[in-house]
Design a protein around this ligand. Structure first.
Ligand SMILES: CSC[C@H]1O[C@H](OP(=O)(O)O)[C@H](O)[C@@H]1O
Ligand SMILES: Nc1ncnc2[nH]cnc12
Length: 272
């Protein structure tokens, strides 16, 4: 007996804190992966002729804290649906007063300060080392910078996202140290998501919404989860609009180097 065909998608969206759904008229798909189930069954729908699969990163009820998110299953599930370009909205803290709450940042660099997360698909049966000098898709970043203005944003071009292990927020000293390095925003989910996308030869474009000034930058009590959700909620409709604008502008044919990230390497398994 043949299995019914899965509805295919070419673009994936992984929604962050406060971003639990995307598009109407979607179909939920049950995708199995070698890494267990994704955070939620992907929902697949259409936007301006582009097929889009959505996964809420923390689950629909925010059940997964950042260090427990099934990152590998999420990326694997998206690729197995046909996704080749991923858009990744997330909530971040700011490490500079130049980027207050409500700022949209499209970073171009990442620093990994996480520990103990499964961060590769290639951990047995041979070594595979992908390049990660530039962690994000250049074409996706360009498209994000030009199209999000149509949704009313003035996006910041570049900057470094430092990804902390969490789930706690940073101390003031940690936060000041990050800022002193010249890093500009801080979050908890950007790693290993971006590198796992690279390991599956996917394009990955982050859209980082500043929800707070991090503890070392502001003079108040320090960031709270409530503050993050409140500010995110105030901006989520505009952020959805930004994601939609970006999706319609993503190239149908990829000319960036992301599809070639595994060229010349001997892989221990076939990509989904
Ligand atoms: C809700 S407080 C901190 C939480 O929010 C961010 O999530 P996401 O990146 O998925 O938007 C941050 O990274 C933390 O996981
Ligand atoms: N200040 C902060 N630190 C880490 N992750 C965050 N997500 C939103 N705000 C954050």
């Amino acid at each position: 007996m043949s299995t019914p065909a899965q509805p295919a998608a070419e673009i994936g969206v992984i929604g962050g804190s406060g971003f639990y759904s995307f598009l109407h008229d979607t179909e939920e798909v049950d995708v199995q992966t070698p890494y267990g189930p994704p955070s939620a069954p992907p929902t697949v729908g259409e936007l301006d002729g582009r097929r889009v699969a959505f996964i809420p990163r923390h689950g629909p009820d925010h059940r997964y804290p950042p260090h427990r998110i099934p990152y590998r299953a999420n990326l694997w599930a998206l690729r197995s649906l046909g996704v080749r370009q991923v858009v990744a909205p997330s909530a971040v803290g700011s490490l500079t007063t130049a980027y207050p709450a409500g700022t949209l940042v499209v970073p171009d660099q990442l620093v990994d300060r996480t520990s103990g997360r499964a961060q590769t698909f290639f951990d047995e049966n041979g070594a595979v080392h992908v390049s990660f000098a530039d962690p994000y898709c250049p074409a996706g970043r360009r498209a994000a910078l030009t199209t999000t203005t149509r949704a009313g944003w003035q996006p910041i071009d570049g900057g470094t996202l430092v990804v902390i292990e969490g789930p706690r927020f940073s101390t003031r000293a940690e936060s000041q140290w990050y800022a002193a390095q010249g890093w500009t925003i801080v979050g908890m989910t950007g790693h290993p998501e971006a590198v796992l996308a690279r390991e599956l030869a996917l394009c990955y474009t982050p859209l980082c919404l500043v929800t707070d000034l991090d503890a070392g930058i502001e003079e108040g009590e320090g960031v709270t989860m409530e503050e993050v959700f409140r500010v995110f909620g105030e901006n989520v409709d505009r952020l959805r609009a930004a994601v939609s604008e970006l999706i319609t502008a993503l190239p149908a044919d990829r000319t960036c180097s992301c599809p070639n990230s595994l060229d010349g390497m001997s892989l221990p398994f076939d990509l989904p």
